[in-house]
Design a protein around this ligand. Sequence first.
Ligand SMILES: Cc1cc2nc3c(=O)[nH]c(=O)nc-3n(C[C@H](O)[C@H](O)[C@H](O)COP(=O)(O)O)c2cc1C
Length: 258
Amino acid sequence: MASGKDSVFKTLFVAVAVCLVCSIVVSFAAVQLRPQQERNKLIDRQSNILAVAGFEVAGLNGADIADLYNKRIETRIVDLDSGEYTDAVEPASYDQRAASKNPEMSEALSGDEDIASIKRQADYAPVYAVKADDGSIRCYILPIHGYGLWSTLYGFIAIEPDAQTVYGLGFYDHAETPGLGGEVDNPKWKAQWPGKKLYNEQGELAIEVVKSGQVKDPEHQVDGLAGASLTTIGVSHLVRFWMSEAGFGPFLDKLKDS
Ligand SMILES: Cc1cc2nc3c(=O)[nH]c(=O)nc-3n(C[C@H](O)[C@H](O)[C@H](O)COP(=O)(O)O)c2cc1C
C-alpha cells in the first residue's frame, strides 16, 4: 500500500503535469489561430461597412467580401480638426479605437463637449468612400461611437455626397439589452435612417432620435426605441456628436463645398 506521503506527491505531480500540458496546448492554439482571428476581424469589419453601404453581404464568404470591398470601398484618413484628408497615418493599419486611448494621438474632451460620453477623441478617423457601378461616389461611411445605457455602441453612418442626406446607419458592437436597447440592430428600426437630413434650412444640426412615438419633424427626427429611452438618448447624442464640429463637421463642410 502507498504511504500518505507518496500519494500526495503523486497527486501534485499529476496535477502539475496536467496543467503544464493544458497550458502548452492552449498557448499553441492561441498562437496558431491568431492570424485566422485577425483575418476574421477584418472580414467582419469589411462586411459591416458594406452592409451600411447597402450591399447584400449575407451568404458571401470571406473571399467574396474582400473582393467586393476592394472593388467598391476606398479608405482614406481624415484629420478631424481640419476636415482634410491626411497621409499622417497608414489607412490599412490605423486603429482609431486604440488611437483614442493614446494621449499622443487623441485629445481629452471636456464634460460639455463630450455628449457621446467617449472621454477622448482620436485626432484622425478613417472615412470609407463607396463607389457605385459607374465609379461615382455613392456615399461616405463614417465610423461613430458613444455610450448607450450599458455599453459603448460602435457603428457606422453613411452620408450621401451632398453631405446632408443619411444613406444608412448600423452598429456592429454593443452590449445593450437584447429586445430593448439591442433593437438598434433591428432592420425595421434601421430602415428609418435612409433619407433623413442632417441639417435644417438654417444650416443647424437637426438630426436626432426622439422618444418613441414623438416624431414631429420626420425630415430630421428618427423614432426612438419603445421601452429603451436611455439607449435612444445615447444614440441621438452619439450621432449628433459625430456630425457636429467636434466630430466629422469640418469634413462634411469640405464635402459640401467640393
Ligand atoms: C434588465 C433591464 C435591462 C434594460 N436594458 C435597457 C437597455 O438596453 N436600454 C434602455 O434604454 N433601457 C433598458 N432598460 C430600461 C431602462 O431601465 C428604462 O426603464 C428605459 O430606458 C426607459 O424607457 P421608456 O421611457 O421608453 O420606457 C432595461 C431595464 C431592465 C430592468
